[in-house]
Design a protein. Structure first.
Length: 405
């Protein structure tokens, strides 16, 4: 029962821990969403919305018609007047092209990344402050119907300065535009504060509860090793289901947000960047659980695991004997290594666990290479240690099973 309850709570613990970090840490929030500024889909979305906002506030056709009309009314030949009037439309198209080019250049520059990061930092600070107030008027707004929108004003202001600097006087007429991009609709917006408090609390204590349940299950079982194997396999299965749920969530997000609010490519990029740390945490937890189950099984004092350990020990002894016949021996260091083999194996396991926990984002390739490195280290231990004559082979002793694993 302890294993079942811990397995059911494990996905909630992993997700709530990630949510708590994103909600309470501004640095974590910024680092999660900052890569979106360099994503082509997001850049194109922002560029299109900024261009539309500028053209919607400035009547380029009317301004060019007025400018060319004023010149045509001067004392110029009739053919010149006709030519000037015919140049009005191409000039307007040229100005639109220049605005679009300036916006595209800006959203692909380092300056846009700086504006984006600062907006994210301000947004998160306002989201935290919103737990005691309203978001209206900030970089992120929540409407009466629960629409969550991000303001484009900082980007438009930077584009205006860029156009003026490039010699486009018309850009000086661009007014202050408070245009926003709606990124989601939360019909249950009044429940946000309650969910925020629940996520922070659960993300703080729930992981320790899950660990305590698994540890209690192993301690209470008559066969500790079998309970450890079962715990590792159940936790691995839970993380696999969590990863599949995240994939399904990506599909749901696209169907809900595209194309009403964002393009499909933008939604996918947003989902992938927002959940990258969560996916990494799920993979890390699953990998640790699977390795734990395998090591516990490999340490069994009977059956195939025992035979495998005996074979590995015999092969290592054969290699050491061949080396000693050639005058190659580890001497006192090998004897010390044999005496401390259990400590060395625990050190390898602990170091591997620390590497997995600290590495972000974690990939299957990285986990695979880590397993290869651990196997190499264990093989080196078998080859370098030097048992004293008459010492029992570790694999032959049931008590030495965990150390041999």
């Amino acid at each position: 029962m302890l294993i079942v309850v811990a397995t059911l709570l494990a996905p909630v613990a992993v997700v709530s821990t990630w949510v708590r970090l994103e909600l309470t840490s501004t640095d974590a929030f910024v680092s999660t969403l900052s890569p979106l500024a360099s994503d082509p889909a997001i850049q194109q979305l922002v560029a299109d919305r900024v261009t539309d906002a500028v053209e919607g506030q400035v009547d380029i056709d009317a301004l060019t018609d007025q400018a060319f009309g004023a010149v045509a009314n001067l004392d110029v030949p009739p053919r010149a007047k006709l030519a000037l009037r015919q140049l009005s439309a191409p000039a307007a198209a040229g100005i639109r092209s220049m605005i679009s080019d300036a916006v595209d250049r800006f959203v692909r520059s380092d300056a846009f990344q700086d504006v984006w990061d600062q907006a994210l930092r301000t947004t998160h600070q306002q989201l935290l402050a919103s737990q005691d107030g309203d978001l209206a008027g900030g970089a992120v707004t929540v409407g009466q119907q629960g629409e969550i929108a991000v303001q484009l004003a900082p980007v438009i202001a930077q584009v205006k300065q860029l156009l003026v600097a490039r010699g486009v006087p018309l850009a000086g007429q661009i007014p202050e535009i408070n245009r926003t991009i709606v990124v989601a609709t939360v019909s249950a917006a009044p429940k946000v504060r309650m969910l925020y408090a629940a996520a922070v609390d659960m993300g703080t204590w729930l992981p320790y509860v899950v660990l305590a349940l698994f540890a209690g299950a192993v301690w209470a079982a008559n066969r500790h090793r079998r309970a450890l194997v079962a715990s590792g396999l159940c936790l691995t299965a839970a993380m696999i289901l969590t990863a599949l749920a995240l994939r399904a969530g990506r599909i749901v997000a696209v169907s809900e947000l595209a194309p009403r609010y964002l393009t499909s490519a933008a939604v996918r990029a947003l989902w992938d960047d927002v959940t990258v740390m969560l996916r990494s945490a799920v993979l890390a937890t699953g990998a640790l659980a699977l390795v734990t189950a395998f090591v516990a099984w490999l340490g069994a004092p009977v059956g195939f695991p025992l035979g495998l350990r005996r074979t590995a020990t015999d092969l290592a002894a054969t290699v050491r004997a061949a080396g000693e016949r050639q005058g190659v021996t580890t001497g006192g260091f090998g004897r010390w290594l044999h005496a401390q083999r259990r400590l060395v194996l625990w050190a390898i396991a602990a170091l591997s666990a620390v590497v997995v926990i600290l590495s972000r984002p974690l990939t299957l390739g990285f986990v695979g290479w880590l397993v290869v490195v651990d196997v190499v280290l264990i093989v080196l231990l078998l080859l370098l240690e030097r048992p004293e004559p008459g010492d029992p082979a570790p694999a032959d002793s049931p008590a030495a099973g965990p150390a041999a694993a």
